[in-house]
Ligand binder design. Sequence first.
Ligand code: CP3
Length: 331
Amino acid sequence: MERTPVWIMRQAGRYLPEYRAVRKNHSFSEMYKRPDLATEVTLQPIDILGVDAAILFSDILVVPEAMGMELHFSEGKGPQFPSPLRDEAALKALRPVDSNQDLGFVMEAIREIRRSLADRVPLIGFAGAPWTLATYMIEGGGSKTFQHAKKWRFARPDLLRILVEKIADVVIDYCRAQMDAGAQAIQIFDSWAGILDTDGFEEFALAPVRRIISEIKRPGIPVIYFPKGGMTWLDRVADCGADVIGVDWTIPLDAARRITGDRVALQGNMDPTALYAPPEAIRDQVRSVLASYGKGHGHIGNLGHGMLPDIPVEHTRAYVDAMKEFSPAWK
Ligand code: CP3
C-alpha cells in the first residue's frame, strides 16, 4: 500500500450514532453474543470512516466468562464480576475452555463478518493478554489502585503464575479458533501492562504473551501486541515474537522506532483525546505523528488507545482522512 493503513481501537462503539441505534434495543452482552448484531456493528465504521481494517465486535472478558466467571456489563459501571477470583479455591474452580464450543458465537460472528466484508478489508480478531484478564478477574472489575491484583503479584506469585498460565492456555485455543474461523490478524490487548513493576511485567505479562505468540503464529497472519503503559520496556517487548507492537502516546514514534529498529512494525500512536480538538488541529497532529515515524513502511496508523464515547464522528473522520492524505509523502 502506498500510504499508511489506518484503523482505530474501539472503532465500533458508542461515539457512532448508528451503534447507539442498535444498542438502544439490545444489551451489550446480547450484542456480542448474537452474530448478526456483532456483524452489523463491526461493519458500521468501515463505510462511515473508511478505515482499512475491521475489528471483531466482542470483548476481551468473554474469556473469563467462558472459564466460568459470571460477568455483568451494567449501565454506566463498566464490566463487573460479582464473585471476583480471590483465593486458591476460586482459581481451582476455573474451567478449561473449548473455544469452538464455549465461544462458538464469536466464531460464528467471524464467519458472518468475513462473508459480509467479501474481502473489502481484512478482519482483525483479538484476545486480552493473560495479565490484563487476570486484573479484571481478581479485582472483579475496573480499579484505580489494582490492590487485589498487585497483592497477588507480590504476596501470592505462586497463584498468579498458575492463573496467567491457565488463561494463556485458553487464549491460545481461542486465537487459533478465531484464525480457523477467518480472522486475518490477531491483536493481543494488554491494557494494564503499565501498572506492573519491571520484573512483574517480564514474568506475568510478557512471558505468557511470548508463549501465546509462539504457539499461535501462522504464516500470513500478523500478531499485534499492545502493552499499554509498558513503553519503557519496548526493547524487550520487540522480541516477544509479535509482528507489530501497539504504541501508546507516552513515547514519540521516532524514539519507539529507534529502540525497536526493524524488528517489528509499529502501530499508533495519537492520543485519542487529541480528537477533541477541532479538525484543523487534528490534521496537524496527524502530520506530526507521520513525521515522527518518518520515511518508510512498517507504520500502521491508529490511536494510542481506544475511542472515547463522546468524540464527534466528524473529528474521527478528519483523523482517518488526514492519515490517507498525508501519509503517501512518507512512503
Ligand atoms: O475495538 C473495537 O471496535 C472492537 C470491540 C472491543 C470492545 N472491547 C467493545 C466494547 C474491543 C477490542 C474491546 C476490548 C476490551 N474490553 C479491552 C481492551 C482494550 C482497552 O480498551 O483497553 C478492555 C480493557 C475491555 C473491558 C471493557 N469492556 C471495559 C473496561 C468496558 C467498559 C468501558 C466502556 O467504554 O463502557 C467494556 C465495554 C465495551 N466493550 C463497550 C464496547 C463497545 C461499551 C459497551 C456499551 O455499548 O455500553
